[in-house]
Design a protein. Structure first.
Length: 480
């Protein structure tokens, strides 16, 4: 059997599968995010450790863990976990949705020709390298003590194996790797004031990086088996759906939102804020756009209204309401694609005394869908041919939202049983010994097809959505 571990933003999840891809056990432990200041987003790696202990205990209650043959890792990308020479954590991890390094990105993007020639990507505050530049300016005492920088999933590897290692898909999001070569790039490292010896060795996703140590085996209850390199959460989410061949596409409706399409070469389009990264399987790459606050926008609305996400979405989906005048911009933590704007902010427009919570919920669902429309347009401008997509993430629980996505994007949206398992399944598949049979084509369990009768409504609101963002840009410009 094979264990996949997914260190997400809101929880740590794990799945155990057998040789036939049948799920034998699953477990999950919640995590919290700290926001010490506006645009800041952090987690304490000690919480990841405790979550891993909790998850392994829950798995052991379901199956004998000594049957696990290999382990695969995945997780949230871009996080900067800084260790000192003893391997101790120097400060909380700066997460993927942390926007404090905007000034550092402006400096890097002034060297855009050199930057994009080596990385294929613009500098964005969420990426790892600009965060280290920020630490050098604002926390020099921490920066001077750095001896190792690990991505979140690779910190779990350090706990399990005592090995510093990573993979090309996750490392692509640091801005230190050239995704075309799938190796660290000395020019990028020098541009961002980093040091080569801070960075772990790069292995392809299915390659073994080390084995569970005796100490870790006692601590987590895991056998002393090999741990493979794994991949970033989006790449592993794709592998969970069997998406490993050029042209295959998925949308992810998780905390963040992603459109992910596979390519056979490194195809760049930085001017549209399209990410061009290595895939988690060898000799494959992908293009990707990112909505920073997808399902997170619903979670935020839930905290404001005091009503659960499930309650709000279910009530709207069974009502007769299909339209609202309320407009929502889901830029609660800035936005990546296509704006690369960390200072963008969320907005409700067209509120009135008759506006209800149902209007707000419907507007949030629509606003996220329109952000995906921007991402789809950017990918098509980058040369991607996308006519249909698989879906993954917590948002796929809502058939209502998936139908809205199909209507707004004007493409078919399919789901499968694996959609609800997510990146941990992709990580487990990377751990399988027979990689030729690791990524089967998924059987579709549901399909959402665009409804022509709704086309005019969504096109009109999409135009308003884009105009609202442009108006907010002008207001911010006047305010300085």
């Amino acid at each position: 059997m094979f264990l996949g571990i997914d260190l997400g933003t809101s929880s740590l999840k794990a799945v155990v599968i057998d040789q036939l891809h049948q799920v034998r056990a699953t477990a999950e432990a919640d995590l919290t995010v700290s926001h010490p200041k506006a645009n800041w987003s952090e987690q304490n790696p000690a919480d990841w450790d405790q979550a891993l202990i909790q998850v392994c205990s829950a798995l052991a209650a379901q199956i004998p863990l000594h049957q696990v043959e290999r382990i695969g890792l995945t997780g949230q990308m871009h996080g900067a976990t800084c260790l000192d020479e003893q391997g101790s954590v120097l400060r909380p991890c700066l997460l993927w949705n942390d926007g404090r390094a905007s000034d550092e990105c402006l400096l890097l993007n002034q060297q855009m020709e050199q930057l994009t020639a080596h990385s294929g990507n613009l500098a964005m505050p969420g990426f790892t390298a600009p965060k280290l530049m920020w630490l050098k300016r604002h926390e020099p005492e921490v920066f001077q003590r750095i001896r190792q920088v690990l991505l979140p999933k690779d910190y779990l590897r350090w706990l399990l194996t005592g090995v510093f290692a990573t993979d090309p898909s996750d490392a692509s999001g640091t801005l230190w790797m050239n995704p075309a070569t799938r190796q660290w790039d000395d020019t990028l490292i020098e541009m961002t004031d980093a040091q080569r010896d801070w960075l772990p060795e790069v292995f392809e996703g299915p390659e073994e990086t080390g084995s569970v140590t005796t100490e870790a085996s006692r601590k987590y209850g895991l056998p002393r088996v090999p741990v493979v390199a794994g991949g970033g959460d989006n790449a592993c989410g794709a592998l969970a759906l069997g998406i490993s061949q050029p042209g295959q596409t998925l949308i992810s409706l998780g905390t963040s939102g992603v459109i992910f399409t596979v390519s056979e070469t490194h195809q760049t389009c930085p001017e549209k804020t399209v990410h061009a990264f290595a895939h988690a399987v060898p000799d494959r790459w992908h293009q990707m756009t990112v909505t920073l606050s997808a399902a997170h926008s619903l979670t935020w609305l839930s905290t404001i209204t005091g009503q659960s996400v499930t309650e709000m979405v279910n009530r709207v989906s069974v009502s007769n309401q299909t339209e609202t005048q309320v407009q929502f911009l889901p830029y609660l933590n800035g936005e990546r694609s296509p704006h690369n704007d960390p200072d963008a902010r969320g907005l409700f427009a067209n509120l009135s005394s008759s506006t209800t919570v149902d209007d707000l919920c419907l507007a949030v669902l629509e606003g996220v869908a329109f952000s995906f429309c921007d991402g789809l347009d950017a990918l098509r401008a980058a040369g991607a041919q996308i006519e249909s997509t698989l879906s993954i993430g917590g948002g796929t629980r809502s058939k209502y939202w998936l139908q809205m996505m199909a209507n707004a994007l004007e493409i078919r949206v399919d789901t499968s049983d694996s959609s609800m398992i997510g990146p941990s399944l992709g990580a487990a598949r990377l751990a399988m010994k027979n990689q030729k049979l690791a990524y089967p084509t998924e059987q579709m369990t549901d399909r959402s097809v665009p409804t022509g009768a709704r086309r005019d409504y969504y096109q009109s609101k999409l135009i308003n959505y884009r105009q609202t963002y442009q108006a907010m840009q002008q207001i911010r410009a006047r305010e300085g």
